[in-house]
Design a protein around this ligand. Sequence first.
Ligand code: GLA
Length: 391
Amino acid sequence: MSDETSFAGLFGRAPEIHTDAPGRVNLIGEHTDYSGGFVLPLAIPQRTRVELAKREEPRVRAWSANFGDSADRETPEVEEYRLGEEEPGHGWIDYVQGITEVLRHAGYTLGGFDLRVESDVPLGSGLSSSAALEVAVLRALREAYHLDLDDLRLALAGQKAENDFVGAPVGIMDQMASNLADETTALYLDTRSLHYEKVPLPAQAELLVINSGVSHRNATSEYRTRRRECEAAAELLSVPQLRDVGLQDLWRLGTLPEPLDRRARHVITENARVRSAVAALRERDLPRLGKLLDASHESLRNDYEVSIPEIDRLVELAKEEPGVFGARLTGGGFGGSIVVVTRRGAAREAGERIAKRYGEEIGKQATVMVPAYSPETILTRRTETGAQTPS
Ligand code: GLA
């Protein structure tokens, strides 16, 4: 980090608060959250880190190493706005503006602050860089201003900022995952009631997450369309949300016009797959879990139509690897990443081979995100689990 872009370099004083929040990978339960359904995400080691110091005046100054184009500039660009005068349309700072506006509307009192953001969750990778930013900033503000914001309200505030201010009609999965999930336990979340249970990954299993290098930029309009299609299908089926239709009612989809029938079939079968995946995890039945991931991918590709050829190829390459139980697109789609369940010990090598073959065939660079390579991450994780740190 150059001195110029350290907190002191940017703002001329030391930060008072340090917080962070992880990205997430969704094991299964894709495009179900805005239909009130079930999801099963985990945290990833990559995180967004925030440093903050309060200010006397009600102004916000903020700098990010990753968002917007400040990463390309020689002179860092500090964004600035006055609390109460938030205005959308200014790039990454809209997430911060959205948060201060949402908190104010919810009756919380904030003062001004200086903020520095740095993240190793890649943008557009389907691994929730937005939610990691929202949750990290909300955690910093909660600490700085002693906000009475429990974990659920914090996640909801992040989602509201993204829905109402940034203008992305996302569900609640990512904010809940970033705030509540960890790297070895899946968060089995009912996105309607927000009840959740933690379901550990069996010791024999390992996760592999590969970023396709195709950014899902411009996916918002497709996402909005899918969301509207689900709402339209629910209305035609006379239910509040597609969550309220079970497998036994699949025959009713015959009354829906194309493509609403296929969209609804994805959501209904995906909800059932999440429940089966939870049972498979509890029974340590990895072949069954793998088949559910494969079926989820087929459904996302054919019925929900959110995959792209590069992602399909990564999934195929993964399935050719020894020790792989199943693979699928993870996140919103139209690019981003895949998640693979492997036998413990097989993920890293499989990941390297898949990335190599993908590069040779497609000419794009895939990156293995999990298992993570960063020595820093490995060190922190070992320290957290109380195991020996490398000497
Ligand atoms: C994005 C959204 C989530 C969810 C996923 C698809 O990540 O932020 O709310 O809808 O897409 O499962």
